[in-house]
Design a protein around this ligand. Structure first.
Ligand code: GDP
Ligand code: MG
Length: 222
């Protein structure tokens, strides 16, 4: 007899993620998951977002890495509550699952938060399929990774609500165009929402902030 243990574990994970998503929705908090390869600029984007959000005290971040507290420290320095999850203490996994996220919000007063970001462990493959309780998911694809990555990691495109083509300031140096990446994203998902940004120069950040505000408004409008 072959038992599908993976399926059972995943359905437990999904049930907990659903509980987290409901708890956050009831508290009026929109939960935005960020997914990308290591070094695509997730934490940098959050730092620039925190600087620009009208009230940084209304943002919070749960950040996953295999080891170190480095990203949580960067985010605290930028002015938000940041909870670091080190996956080496959760079986050294290359992605977050619903348990540490649920634990992180368990004892928190959520009413004063607008957006809870969940920065996943840097990886375009492993996080696919693991719901955490996010209401929407964003994938970052930096031009420095090459234009082919959407095609190689299709789940990262298919399971997300927005694709951010990042580090556009570096496009001329790596000979990858924003258009080339966008074409490959849309080969998988013709109607994908795509924004081109450079957290370094600030290009595109207004559109990103508007996208976030629209998610928050939609959640609160029910
Ligand atoms: N040139 C350039 N560098 C960037 C940009 N965004 C992030 N970086 C750099 O990329 C590196 C990795 O960024 P980080 O935010 O730590 O990536 P994470 O691992 O996805 O959280 C850092 O050295 C950042 O300064 C960008 O838009 N342009
Ligand atoms: Mg990071």
């Amino acid at each position: 007899v072959k038992l599908d243990i993976t399926q059972d574990l995943l359905s437990d994970n999904d049930a907990l993620a659903e509980h987290t998503a409901k708890k956050l929705r009831d508290a009026g908090v929109v939960c935005v998951g960020l997914l990308s390869s290591p070094g695509s600029g997730k934490t940098t984007l959050l730092e620039r977002t925190i600087e620009r959000w009208p009230d940084a005290s209304r943002l919070a971040v749960i950040v996953g890495d295999v080891a170190t507290e480095a990203d949580a420290e960067r985010l605290r320095a930028a002015g938000v509550i940041a909870i670091q999850v080190n996956t080496e203490h959760h079986g050294a996994t290359c992605h977050l699952d619903a348990v540490p996220v649920a634990e992180a919000i368990e004892s928190r007063e959520l009413g004063s938060t607008d957006i809870l970001f969940v920065e996943n462990v840097g990886n375009l493959g492993c996080p696919g399929g693991y719901l955490l309780g996010e209401h929407c998911r964003v994938v970052l694809l930096s031009v420095t990774e090459g234009a082919d990555k959407p095609l190689k990691y299709p789940k990262a495109i298919l399971e997300t609500d927005l694709a951010l083509v990042t580090k556009t300031d570096l496009a001329p140096y790596v000979e990858v165009s924003v258009e080339g990446l966008t074409v490959n994203i849309r080969r998988l998902k013709p109607k994908a929402d795509v924004l081109a940004i450079s957290p370094k120069t600030g290009d595109g950040l207004e559109a990103w902030l508007a996208w976030l505000r629209a998610r928050l408004d939609a959640l609160r409008a029910g």
